[in-house]
Design a protein around this ligand. Structure first.
Ligand code: SF4
Length: 369
C-alpha cells in the first residue's frame, strides 16, 4: 500500500529539498533523455525552475503532441447530491453549513441527462457529497445504469469506497474514479477535515490502492491547491502517481489542478498560486509523465484556460454547474463553489478548434466495458 512509502518521507525535509534546487538541477532534468523520477520532479516544481518556464512550456507541448496529438477531450460534471457527513472547512456542502439538502431522484436525474445531452457530451462526471445513506453504494447501483445508457464514458467523484464496492460498480459501467487527497500534509489534514469519515487521512490515501486492486480503467488523483505549499503537495502527488503506475499498470491515470474557489463558509486559502506557477506545475507533470492525462476545470478563468490548451492539458470541462439539479431541476440550489468560466460548451469547442485542435466529445466505446 502507498502508506508504506509515504511514511518514509518527512514533509518539512521534502519542502526544504525542493526549495534548495538550483538552476543547474533544473537544466539537468530538462536535458535528460530517459524517464524522470520524483527526485527530478522536485527540480521542475522548485522556485529555481520559474526562470525556465518558456523552455518547460515548449517541452511540455512537444511531449503532449507526441503522445496525445492535437486532441482535447471534453467532459461535464453533474452533481447528484449535496448531502455530506463531513465538515471540510473549505466546502459549501460541509455538514456545518445550513443549506437546503438535495439528492436527485431517478426522475430528476433523467431530466438532468436530457439537458446535458443537448450539448453533445459523451463523457459525464458524476459528483456527490459524501453521505453513505443518501448517496452510497445502493444509490449508485440504481443511478449508474441511467448514465451508462446515455454516455460512453462515466466518471465519478464520490466518497472513497471499499474495493468490493468498486467491484460492484465497474460492471455497471463505471470507467473512472477521481479521488483527491486534498492535502498530503498529514499534520494539517485534520484541521481541514475535522470530522466525519474523511477525517481519516490514511483511508483516503489508500483509496487509489483499492481502486487499482478493483481494476478500475482510469483514476484521477491530485491535491486541492491552496491548503499548503503547492510544490511539496505536488511532489507527494508525483510520488503517489509513480507508485500507482508501477503497481497497477493496467490502469490509466489523470491529474487535476483544483484551485480553491469562493464557497459558502468564507474560507481563506492558506497559500496562493499565481497563474505562472500553475503553468509551471502543469508543465512539470507533463515533463515527468508523458502519458498521464492532465485535466482543467471551469474553476479557472476564460483567458487562462484558452492559453492552457496548447501547453499540456488533455481534458477540459465546459458548461459546468456545481449544484445538484443545476442544469434543469434545481437551478437555484447552492453551488459547491463558484465557477470562473461560464461560456457554453459550444463556445469552448470553437475556441479549441480555432487553436487547431480536435474537440473529442467521445473518448470511449461502451463495448470496451
Ligand atoms: S469537500 Fe466533499 S466531503 Fe468535504 S464537505 Fe464538501 S462535499 Fe463533503
Amino acid at each position: 500500500m502507498f502508506r508504506e512509502i509515504f511514511d518514509i518521507y518527512n514533509w518539512e525535509e521534502i519542502k526544504q529539498s525542493i526549495y534548495s534546487k538550483t538552476s543547474d538541477d533544473v537544466e539537468m532534468v530538462l536535458n535528460k533523455s530517459n524517464r524522470r523520477t520524483p527526485e527530478d520532479f522536485k527540480a521542475l516544481v522548485s522556485p529555481a525552475a520559474i526562470g525556465y518556464i518558456e523552455q518547460m512550456a515548449q517541452l511540455s507541448r512537444e511531449l503532449t503532441l507526441k503522445r496525445f496529438g492535437k486532441n482535447m477531450q471534453m467532459y461535464i460534471p453533474v452533481y447528484l447530491s449535496n448531502e455530506c457527513q463531513n465538515s471540510c472547512v473549505y466546502c459549501g456542502f460541509s455538514r456545518n453549513n445550513n443549506i437546503k439538502r438535495i439528492t436527485l431522484s431517478e426522475e430528476q436525474i433523467v431530466q438532468e441527462i436530457k439537458e446535458i445531452k443537448k450539448f453533445g457530451f459523451e463523457h459525464i462526471l458524476i459528483v456527490t457529497g459524501e453521505n453513505e445513506l443518501k448517496a452510497g453504494i445502493e444509490y449508485f447501483k440504481k443511478v449508474l445504469p441511467l448514465f451508462k445508457s446515455e454516455f460512453a464514458h462515466v466518471s465519478m467523484e464520490i466518497q472513497p469506497m471499499m474495493q468490493s464496492e468498486y467491484e460492484q460498480l465497474i460492471p455497471l459501467g463505471l470507467n473512472t474514479v477521481l479521488v483527491y487527497q486534498e492535502t498530503y500534509n498529514k499534520n494539517l489534514y485534520k484541521n481541514y477535515h475535522p470530522s466525519g469519515k474523511k477525517s481519516d487521512f490514511y483511508f483516503r490515501l489508500e483509496t487509489p490502492d483499492r481502486l487499482g486492486k478493483a481494476n478500475i480503467n482510469k483514476m484521477g488523483i491530485g491535491f486541492l491547491i491552496g491548503l499548503d505549499d503547492w510544490r511539496t503537495e505536488a511532489f507527494f502527488t508525483s510520488l503517489h502517481l509513480n507508485y500507482l503506475e508501477k503497481n497497477y499498470w493496467k490502469t490509466k491515470y489523470s491529474i487535476s489542478f483544483p484551485r480553491l474557489r469562493p464557497a459558502a463558509g468564507e474560507f481563506e486559502p492558506k497559500v496562493n498560486i499565481t497563474d505562472k506557477e500553475l503553468v509551471q506545475l502543469i508543465c512539470a507533470y507533463r515533463i515527468f509523465k508523458e502519458e498521464v492525462e492532465l485535466s482543467i476545470s471551469t474553476r479557472e478563468s476564460e483567458v487562462f484556460r484558452d492559453n492552457l490548451i496548447k501547453l499540456g492539458i488533455t481534458n477540459i470541462s465546459a458548461g459546468s454547474k456545481t449544484n445538484p439539479g443545476g442544469y434543469s431541476t434545481f437551478k437555484e440550489s447552492l453551488k459547491q463553489f463558484e465557477i470562473n468560466d461560464e461560456r457554453s460548451p459550444e463556445e469552448i469547442g470553437e475556441i479549441i478548434k480555432h487553436q487547431g485542435y480536435e474537440v473529442v466529445w467521445k473518448d470511449w466505446e461502451k463495448t470496451y466495458n
